[in-house]
Design a binder for this molecule. Structure first.
Ligand code: URP
Ligand code: ZN
Ligand code: ZN
Length: 458
């Protein structure tokens, strides 16, 4: 055996039990009450939880956006990921005018290769089907290449990324036929643009008006519209970064009728409310959709507890302080996005450690369901035969998040000062130690591209 992790408390989505874990050639070989015999390395996990590595299915690394490029590249972003217990990162490859799907994905793959510290996969965001209908013909090849989910932005018209309803419907219909799961960013662009124009005319330019230009009803309408098209196309749909109560209710309603509608939320919507936009540093919290009011926040937690929310992912898209400052006097100039890749698992596990959800539920939301939904068959759970992506978690270790103890390339974080109860102490990527008590100890470039299968549903 290459590695035995002894005396730990193993957490899966279905239970918690004391067990030793044996690892050979990067895979989980044995799970047993006691594993005797020799191993190249034996780790004593007494007093620690042993969890599957998290799967963050929503990141934007090195993404050209908002007049700049997001602050974490594939190396720093995935380094931060493993330091927070995320062992697989799904990045959004954004297809642009004149480019094909595979061409786009392969370009991003080339950026990741040689530097990635976690394993990685890609979704592709289709942005210009209107001018480029032959993109639909590429769907089967993309699925064969392991890209079995596409994103549609229902917003970002001026950024050249928006998909209209006609295009969304065509994507849903074609995607369903080839086992591709369609993801949507749901907000109403016309209402946003009209409200922004009115606010700017009135001189209302602070970060608060970012929220006011896209409040609850702006997101809710688009969520309902997307569900309507998915149900009409008889296609599955995954709603990314869901942040509002009314949208959540629409998901619950569709699900209760048996439709395969899935929902993701992010830690920032669970932790913060729209009040952050009243702060002096409100611009640092600008992301889309924005944080919503306390009713939405409470509903999202309920959705997590009741199983309406399927996954929690980060939408990691940090920008440097100087770039956020472009919008000090005009919220429309703030690059949209916040950091989170290193905070996802610690945050959700701290919620578990504080009794808000169970540890098994945290594992289900952050590892098991995202892996299953997105066809990552070797990832997401502590099961014999799966990759030995393992996190040792100390429930007694207290931790305060600061930009100084993160492992990214950004220089500010919305999570500054957040106190967590419990923290990961080690991360193993396919059986190799990559994070040890505050330090990245892996070899950049050891992360591998994950060729995914079709969506596994649940
Ligand atoms: O503000 C955000 N979320 N930036 C990243 C792009 C997106 O919409 O997911
Ligand atoms: Zn989005
Ligand atoms: Zn995003």
């Amino acid at each position: 055996m290459d590695l035995i992790i002894k005396n730990g408390t193993v957490v899966t989505a279905s239970g918690i039990f004391a067990a030793d874990i044996g690892v050979e050639q990067g895979k989980i070989k044995t799970i047993a009450e006691k594993i005797e015999g020799a191993a190249a390395k034996v780790v004593d996990a007494k007093g620690l939880y042993v969890l599957p590595g998290a799967v963050d299915v929503h990141t934007h690394l090195q993404m050209p956006f908002g007049g700049t490029v997001s602050a974490d590249g594939y190396q720093s972003g995935t380094r931060a990921a493993v330091c927070g217990g995320v062992t697989t990162v799904f990045d959004y490859a954004i297809q642009r005018k004149g480019k094909g799907i595979l061409e786009t994905v392969k370009e991003r793959q080339a950026l990741a290769e040689g530097g990635a510290c976690s394993d990685y996969a890609f979704h592709c965001a289709i942005t210009n089907l209107g001018e480029n209908a032959e993109l639909l013909d590429e769907f089967p090849a993309a699925a064969d290449y392991g890209v079995s989910s596409f994103k549609c932005f229902m917003v970002y018209r001026k950024e050249g990324m928006m998909i209209d309803d006609g295009q969304l419907m065509r994507i849903l219909e074609k995607a369903k036929d080839v086992g591709i799961l369609t993801n949507v960013h749901a907000e109403n662009p016309d209402v946003i643009d009209a409200r922004i124009a009115a606010f700017l005319k009135e001189g209302k330019t602070s970060a608060w008006y970012h929220y006011q230009s896209r409040p609850e009803f702006v997101e809710a309408e688009a969520v309902k519209r997307a569900i309507h098209w998915a149900v009409s196309a008889n296609a599955p749909l995954y709603i990314v970064h869901l942040a509002c109560k009314e949208g959540l209710e629409a998901v619950a309603e569709a699900r209760s009728q048996g439709y395969p509608i899935f929902a993701e939320t992010c830690p920032q919507y669970l932790e913060f409310t729209s009040d952050v936009y009243k702060r002096e540093d409100g611009r640092n919290f600008v992301c889309s959709p924005p944080m919503k009011g306390p009713e939405s926040q409470a509903a999202l937690w309920k959705g997590i507890q009741l199983g309406v929310i399927d996954t929690v992912a980060t939408d990691h898209c940090p920008f440097k302080q100087a770039e956020k400052d472009w919008g000090k006097d005009n919220f429309t100039k703030i690059p949209n996005g916040c950091a989170g890749i290193e905070n996802l698992y610690p945050y959700m596990l701290s919620a578990a450690n504080s009794g808000k959800i169970s540890f098994s539920r945290a594992v289900e939301l952050c590892a098991e369901t995202p892996a299953a939904l997105f066809g990552c068959t070797a990832k997401g759970s502590i099961t014999v035969g799966k990759d030995a992506d393992l996190v040792l978690y100390d429930p007694k270790k207290n931790f305060e998040i600061s930009v100084k103890n993160m492992h990214s390339d950004y220089d500010n974080t919305i999570w500054e000062g957040k106190k967590l109860k419990g923290y990961p102490v080690q991360t193993y990527l396919r059986g190799t130690l990559v994070y040890d008590n505050g330090s990245y100890v892996g070899v950049p470039g050891s992360g591998r591209y994950i060729k995914r299968g079709a969506s596994g549903r649940k």
